[in-house]
Write a protein that binds this ligand. Structure first.
Ligand SMILES: CC(C)CCC[C@@H](C)[C@H]1CC[C@H]2[C@@H]3CC=C4C[C@@H](O)CC[C@]4(C)[C@H]3CC[C@]12C
Length: 297
């Protein structure tokens, strides 16, 4: 009886399942795995289309490539998928929340106005957290910036001396990862070294690229010794869009929303953060001008 019911359900849902996208697809994959469990135990034979779900594997071609056929039948893999799904969701939430902050045009004040035209605005959110929004035009295409800031995130320490290390701990498909970031202990930095554990999520919409992030947790990666309690980044977001004047440049908007933790006077934190944004942009410009190409990895 059960096999017959499952087969019937498969048949009915096939047209809908084929047209799903994004999270719905991942959910379908998870259900597929559960069905595969039952089928493994010899309780039922699935129609051939059920195996075409393997197409979704591109959503998790990370670190070490996994073969769909190999892991689909293990219980651990379905738990893993659930965890991966939660990170993707958290990344999407970070993007949504950060955009809400950026898009609310009220209450922004100019904090720093640089000669090159860069401006940092600030705003105090309910709960008294001060956030900063940098607006700059960079001499690079959105794809190039995406390459440096997302794909080659681990290499950022090579061109930004404020970063001691960035490690991708988990890669979930092309658009989500869990990263551990350690800021450098630099001279004149009154804040001291911090470490962050974040989910980083990328979304491309038309010509616009969004890089969102938010503090997260990972069981296998508890707060590290030697650091003041782990700082929390986000919800934060970088928006990269073409300037639209055919110069190949990009408009760069970066919301810095950070809780540095530890006992620090607000005045110090509120100077250090916009300073870090100015420095970051300066190092990024310098890196872009060295002519590093999209292909070198
Ligand atoms: C004031 C002191 C303590 C902090 C200074 C270091 C700050 C500026 C560093 C530490 C970790 C860094 C982040 C690490 C990872 C990413 C993801 C990438 O896709 C965009 C840049 C972004 C978001 C970095 C922005 C700059 C950053 C927040």
């Amino acid at each position: 009886m059960l096999p017959a019911v499952v087969k019937l359900c498969c048949g009915i849902s096939y047209p809908h399942v084929r047209s799903t996208a994004g999270l719905e697809r991942i959910a379908v994959v998870a259900i597929g795995q559960e069905i595969a469990h039952i089928s493994k135990d010899g309780q039922l034979t699935l129609p051939r289309w059920a195996n075409t779900m393997g197409r979704f594997r591109s959503l998790s071609h990370c670190g070490e490539p996994r073969k769909w056929g190999e892991d689909i039948l293990t219980k651990t893999s379905s738990t893993l998928r659930e965890e991966e799904l939660a990170y993707v969701k958290q990344g999407q939430e970070a993007l949504q929340k950060a955009l809400e902050i950026i898009e609310d045009k009220t209450g922004w004040k100019i904090e720093i106005s640089e000669e090159k035209g860069d401006v940092i605005y600030s705003k105090t959110l309910p709960g008294s957290r001060k956030v900063f929004r940098l607006e700059a035009v960079l001499d690079a295409s959105p794809e190039e910036l995406y390459d440096h800031l997302f794909l080659k995130v681990e290499k950022m320490k090579q061109w930004n001396p404020n970063i001691q290390n960035i490690k991708v701990l988990k890669q979930i498909g092309d658009s989500t990862m869990v990263t551990h970031e350690v800021s450098a202990e630099t001279a004149g930095n009154l804040v001291g070294q911090r470490d962050f554990l974040s989910v980083r999520h990328c979304s491309k919409q038309k010509s616009c690229i969004y890089l969102a992030g938010m503090a997260t947790e990972l069981d296998s990666f508890p707060p590290q010794k030697g650091f003041v309690s782990r700082a929390q980044d986000g919800p934060t977001c970088i928006i990269i869009q073409p300037t639209g004047d055919n110069t190949g440049r990009s408009r760069f908007t970066w919301l810095l929303n950070m809780d540095l933790k530890g006992w620090l006077p607000k005045s110090i934190v509120n100077q250090a953060l916009p300073r870090a944004q100015v420095d970051f942009t300066c190092y990024l410009r310098r890196h872009l001008s060295t002519g590093s190409t999209l292909t070198e990895h």
